[in-house]
Each structure stands twice: as structure tokens, then as C-alpha cells.
Design a protein around this ligand. Sequence first.
Ligand SMILES: Cc1cc2nc3c(=O)[nH]c(=O)nc-3n(C[C@H](O)[C@H](O)[C@H](O)COP(=O)(O)OP(=O)(O)OC[C@H]3O[C@@H](n4cnc5c(N)ncnc54)[C@H](O)[C@@H]3O)c2cc1C
Length: 324
Amino acid sequence: MDFSLSEDQRAFQDAARAFAEGEMAPHAAQWDEEKIFPRDTIAAAGAMGFCGMYSPEAVGGMGMSRLDATLILEELAAACPSTAAFISIHNMATWMACTWGTETLHKDYCGKLVTGEKLASYCLTEPNAGSDAASISTRAVRDGDDYLIDGGKSFISGAGSTDVLVLMTRTGSTESGAAGITAFAVPADLPGISYGKNESKMGWNSQPTRTITFESARVPATYRLGEEGEGFKIAMKGLDGGRINIATCSVGAAQATLNHAQQYVQERKQFGKPVASFQALQFKLADMVTELVAARQMVRLAASKLDANDADKTTYCAMAKRLA
Ligand SMILES: Cc1cc2nc3c(=O)[nH]c(=O)nc-3n(C[C@H](O)[C@H](O)[C@H](O)COP(=O)(O)OP(=O)(O)OC[C@H]3O[C@@H](n4cnc5c(N)ncnc54)[C@H](O)[C@@H]3O)c2cc1C
């Protein structure tokens, strides 16, 4: 068992850190304060390969392991957790579209999603279906070569500013549960799709969060992901990686916070000494770094289990998010 990073992995980290320090950190406070969605910066991240990190190479993605992707996301999150989290959601939705999409979808959208020229949202949650995601009621009804979509989603990251909605719908009966769910990649500007106001949040303000309403939105069947009834499985597979991604964003944010704290306790003087000399604060910093390293190792363990398609991967992805 070797816990050290390879030369390639350190190179990914260095590239991501340089990008994050140069292109993200200087603007993060302004993006948050003014609720700016930094589309150009995300496109620049795409040019570095950070928008299709684990999407298949056959569709233009980087085909990286989940473990390698965590190294990059951690660095981005240290500069701007909110923008890094959106980039991670985009990677998850893009991977789903690339993995289960048809050739038509690949040609129309996936090539541009992996480069960050186009952006994707992940649309599962509804006003009455949160934790109980298998109870969604947004409906897709087959109509010739298309589906007509009616319903609503809530709390969708990036909504209103993205180009593709990876959307979970119900095609089965109301009682069909998880087995009646079908996924699509829906062009975000179709007639019949409208967006709510940007939700007011305590953080994550560089990415909008909105409701989405679908009123007879007509989507070609060629934009369906997988078969009818496979949508819940696809949504949950996306979320395995999604949980690692969000967990790694927390680790990156915590590392940056700890770095600032370590510097501050050296600079700040009280009672004639740097506050770093007080043992109570040393204990606190020791606890912080211990918990941070534990969370990082848990995230990397979960990512390697996902890479290895381990039988326990879903449990470990959930535990990594829970700890981080
Ligand atoms: C900023 C933000 C961005 C988001 N982005 C997206 C997105 O991009 N796409 C998307 O699809 N969704 C998104 N979500 C939605 C998010 O995933 C949901 O909030 C989540 O699934 C929980 O649903 P809920 O908020 O409806 O909570 P509820 O399901 O109503 O839960 C309320 C409380 O009850 C608890 N609870 C629920 N069921 C149980 C149970 N069986 N046992 C014990 N406790 C339980 C929960 O833990 C929680 O504390 C976002 C949410 C936020 C806040």
C-alpha cells in the first residue's frame, strides 16, 4: 500500500494549483459578493482539461481516474470552493451525458461539454422530492420521436446559466418508484423551459441556484440517456462521484482556511506574544489538521474504490462526504 502521489499526480496538482492561484483566488471574494458566475474562468479551466476530467477519452474527455480528479478539484476549491463545486457538478453531469448519451448527443453537445464551452446542470431534486429522490414527479411522455416534459425542479446549481440539463424524469406510473425514472440531456433553452430567481444563499454565490419549470418542453428521444427506466441508476452512479467531488471541495476549502489560520496566529499578538504561543490554540490547530488529513485520506480511499469498481464503493463515497 503506497500513500504517496506519483509524479504525474503531483504534476496535475501543480497545474491545478497554478491555475487556481492565478485565475480564481484573486477574484473569488468579488464573485461571491457580487454573485458573478465566472463563465470565462470556467471555460479557461476547460481548456486545461478540468471540465471533462473523468469523461471518456472517446468523447474528448481526459479519461482520468476519480482519484486524480480529486487532486485537481482540491486545488481549485482551495481558491474558490463555490466555483470548484460548480466545476465538479459540471464534470458529473458531463460524465453522465458522455457515458449514457447517444452518438447524436455526443456530436451535438458532449464535445463542447468536455471542453467547458458548454456547461451542464444536474437536475434531480424537486419541491416534493429531496432525500426521497425516487419519488420525483416531473413527467416525460413519449410523443413520436420526442418526449414532452412537464414538471419542476428545485435547487439546481448553475440553472439559468448552463446549456444542458441532465434531467431525471418519470416515464413510468406514479407508483413505479425508482424503476419508472428515465434520464435525459435536455438543451437548456428549449421552448417550454423557464427559470426561477437566483436563490438567496449564505455561500456558494459564484454559482446560481434556481428552480426550473418544464411546460410541454419537447426533447428528441435521441437525447435520452440509456433506456427508459434506467434513469435512477444513472443518477445514483453520477452521485457516487459527485459525493467524492463535493467532499474534496470541502477538503480544499479546509486546507486553505487552515493555511490562513496558521499564518494569522503567528502574526497576531496579544499579551505581548503571538497568539500561536498559547497552547489552547495549538491544540485547536492540531485537531484541525488531524481531521483534515483524515478527511483527505477518506476521500482518496473512496475515490480509489470507485476507480476499482469495488462492491463497497457507494458506501465509501457517502462516508467520505459525511466525514469531509
Ligand atoms: C446550494 C444547493 C445546491 C443544490 N444543487 C442541486 C443540484 O444541482 N441538483 C439537484 O438535483 N439538487 C441540488 N440540491 C438539492 C439537494 O441535493 C437536496 O437539498 C437534498 O437532496 C436534500 O433534499 P431536501 O433539501 O428536500 O431535504 P429533505 O429531504 O426535505 O430533508 C430534510 C431533513 O430531513 C432529513 N431526512 C430526510 N429523510 C430522512 C430519513 N429517511 N431519515 C432521517 N432523516 C431524514 C434530512 O437529512 C434533512 O435534514 C442543492 C441544494 C442546495 C442547498
